[in-house]
Design a protein around this ligand. Sequence first.
Ligand SMILES: [Zn+2]
Length: 140
Amino acid sequence: MIIYDLVCDNEHKFEGWFKDRASFEDQKRRKCIECPVCGSVLVEMVPSSISIGGRKASAERDRGEGQNVSVPSMLKMLNDFIDKNFDDVGDRFAEIAIKMHHGEEPKRNIRGVTTTEEQETLEEEGIEFLRIPPPPELDS
Ligand SMILES: [Zn+2]
């Protein structure tokens, strides 16, 4: 999973989540990436990226580009992003993910909770999903 910093033609900066670079290029080409502020689909990538859980994040950080984002605040950003962009389906996550996989539900970004058993079913079905830790308590 990769987070790209994106900018639209009205210079709104936002973040997009993509499986990989190719998936970003594909969605951009199909104009599936939309600025959350103005809805423009003319978006470009700001050249800096964070891979979740990968080594790239620290490499980028060490180069001193952008802000020095701590892990808790990155997780918070991630959770905020998911909050805004993903449909909360609660404990129906596995059910809906499987329906989407079989084309019985329109594909969309969903989030929710799964049991260990449901996660095994999803894995058996070959459905890609991501487990994200809950937002940490931030000291303010
Ligand atoms: Zn915009």
